[in-house]
Design a protein around this ligand. Sequence first.
Ligand code: C5P
Length: 217
Amino acid sequence: MRFLITAGPTREPIDPVRYLSNRSSGKMGYAIAEAAIEAGHEVVLISGPVHLDRPRGAAVISVSTSDEMFAAVRQHIARCDILAMCAAVADYKPAKVSKSKIKKRSENISLELVPTRDILASLPKDRKYLVVGFAAETEDLEANAQKKLHEKNCDIVVANDVSAADSGMESDQNEVEILFRDGEMRKISRASKKIISRDLVEYFEKYFEKRLTKKIV
Ligand code: C5P
């Protein structure tokens, strides 16, 4: 199968030297890319700025902003069977990017933010590939993940609680809940992102097959 995986944060420029971003390390997306390669799949990895070695055997496309990630996904989507949107795409970006460095002053300043384009929500509803969204939540994990599954029209949502310091973002460990569109749910308890990724790749493969055989819509 052909996997298209996004990973890491995006950077939304404020001026030539500053940007808005988040704490995503890219570890989960890179681990999924490695697990998919290990399982014999073809992988295209669209990566935001991270400090990780490129997974051997993956075609890596480096991007920085949410707009660049949007364009890269759109460019490669037609050739994939499974899209795993693991990236922590910024939800907002500055309304204007200053061409010159904003000078320091003594008074308060405010920054107007506009929503970024939602890559997941922009995908066509009628499609052959499987869409996996990720939900990083600090509260009401299950309810928010369920909402995301339907609102963003995903086939699967992988949800993790990022409020725990030793799990989720930046950590080598994670624990996740997997919500499927047909109503099924699975949990993977705390383990390394490497182990979790192997299970995830298997779940994705199985659900893809299940959908192909039209057992679900
Ligand atoms: O809405 P929220 O950002 O919490 O949703 C997370 C999921 O949506 C992730 O799979 C992320 O990659 C995706 N996303 C996206 N485009 C955005 C923001 C998030 O595809 N602009």
